[in-house]
Design a protein around this ligand. Structure first.
Ligand SMILES: Cc1cc2nc3c(=O)[nH]c(=O)nc-3n(C[C@H](O)[C@H](O)[C@H](O)COP(=O)(O)OP(=O)(O)OC[C@H]3O[C@@H](n4cnc5c(N)ncnc54)[C@H](O)[C@@H]3O)c2cc1C
Length: 388
């Protein structure tokens, strides 16, 4: 029986299509796009390619410009993209599963209709800006202020670590429209043009996920039309928490794809690298490691896809999403570390995918809610009767 047997024949066919695309257009470039030398910016053309193929719209209803399908297909997309390059997958994930998903879930119809079709066609690129110097895992600490001035909101303050923000056409920015830091009430979301006057972006260099681009955003009395409000004033961000919760499922698929890439690289290496007169795989300790990597990833696959299926059926999925995100990210980190270990010095060289997996994996443990917060949420659910 195939390890993918939980998917339908159509979903398997979709996976094969994405895998062929990734093998042809992403994997061969993954090492070059990982270089942090300024000559390898994010491959923005992929938004157009994936838009043409209808894949950016996977999991979004056709009525809003999506391609239909369910969260399961969206997981397939992220797993396969991340198998080629987790950094590339991250940029697409932020665009679809945070920026577009927030518009689709929370925005008034007019605003959603105005932007979602172009974003899902890949004609516009999106970013999601929540994090700030003082607002990390604690989402209540957002300080970037947006005060109403006639027909506009005027933004002052900054955001940090924002993926895609170096080039994004539309940035969904979480702002404080009332109240003091420490409260979720008073946090709103605005869809801000990337080229707005008063907005400047400073690129940030980072350890991993290098094909994706991060920026710090500075808002200096930046005027944003009031009709760019996404959802309710003072309550828009609270409603976006659903988007973040759903995002954990897709982030889990991304971590699964990264872990699979690390396992596959390790399998090839231990079969071909000879020491003591035989391939490394002749050693029982090495075989046990490969078996353990495989078993853990198999468990992650079950978690991610069963949670995606629940989400698609409209069932309660929140706690499962926390578990899927927690286990997938920590498994990806463990598997990537084992992959590097099995490669020895060759994996430590900058042209080796093994060191790239090792650098790429870690951020999954904080993104979409720090894993400690997932553990807190899981504990709270258990206390209310959740059973695994
Ligand atoms: C590559 C990359 C891409 C990113 N892209 C985006 C983006 O597109 N948009 C965006 O808004 N942000 C983005 N971020 C930022 C991301 O939102 C933050 O990293 C995240 O919110 C965590 O905040 P922090 O990094 O400031 O960590 P902190 O909140 O300062 O946490 C530091 C450490 O404390 C731990 N911790 C936190 N809370 C608790 C707790 N309650 N109990 C115990 N331990 C705890 C964390 O797990 C971590 O180990 C990105 C970051 C990176 C590195």
């Amino acid at each position: 029986m195939s390890e993918r047997s939980a998917l339908s024949a159509e979903q398997e066919e979709f996976r094969d299509q994405v895998a062929r695309f990734v093998e042809a257009e992403i994997t061969p470039n993954a090492t070059a796009w990982d270089r942090d030398d300024g000559d390898h910016p994010y491959p923005v053309h992929l938004f157009g390619r994936l838009g043409e193929l209808g894949w950016l719209g996977v999991g979004f209803p056709e009525s809003i410009g999506g391609s239909g399908g369910s969260p399961v297909e969206r997981c397939v997309l992220f797993e396969e993209l991340a198998r080629g390059s987790a950094g590339v997958a991250l940029g697409i994930y932020v665009h679809t599963s945070l920026a577009v998903a927030a518009l689709a879930t929370v925005a008034e119809r007019g605003l959603a209709e105005r932007f979602i079709p172009s974003l899902l066609a890949g004609e516009l690129t999106g970013a999601w800006a929540y994090a700030e110097p003082d607002s990390g895992a604690d989402v209540t600490q957002v300080r970037l202020s947006a005060r109403r001035d006639g027909a506009n909101f005027v933004l002052s303050g900054s955001k940090m670590y924002i993926t895609n923000a170096t080039f994004a056409d539309l940035i969904l920015v979480v702002v404080r429209t009332s109240g003091e830091p420490g409260r979720l009430a008073g946090l709103s979301v605005l869809a801000v043009d990337g080229q707005s006057e008063g907005l400047s972006r400073t690129p940030m260099a980072k350890l991993g996920m290098r094909p994706s681009e991060l920026a710090e955003l500075h808002f200096d009395d930046c005027a944003v039309p009031a009709d760019r409000l996404v959802g309710e004033l003072d309550n828009g961000f609270r409603r976006c928490l659903t988007v973040l919760s759903q995002g954990r499922v897709f982030a889990g698929a991304l971590a699964l794809g990264l872990g699979r890439a690390a396992l596959e690289a390790a399998v090839v290496h231990v079969a071909t690298r000879e020491q003591f007169g035989a391939p490394l795989a002749a050693k029982q300790a090495v075989r046990m490691t490969i078996a353990e990597m495989t078993a853990r990833l198999r468990g992650v696959r079950e978690l991610v896809y069963s949670t995606a299926a629940k989400l698609g059926r409209g069932e309660d999925y929140d706690t499962d999403a926390s578990i899927a995100k927690l286990v997938s990210s920590e498994t990806a980190t463990w598997v990537s570390e084992r992959c590097l270990h099995l490669h020895g010095a060759s994996g430590y060289m900058l042209d080796s995918p093994a060191q790239r997996f090792y650098r790429d994996c870690k951020v999954n443990e904080w993104g979409e809610g720090a894993n400690e917060l997932q553990r807190e949420m899981i504990f709270a659910a258990v206390a209310k009767g959740y059973r695994p």
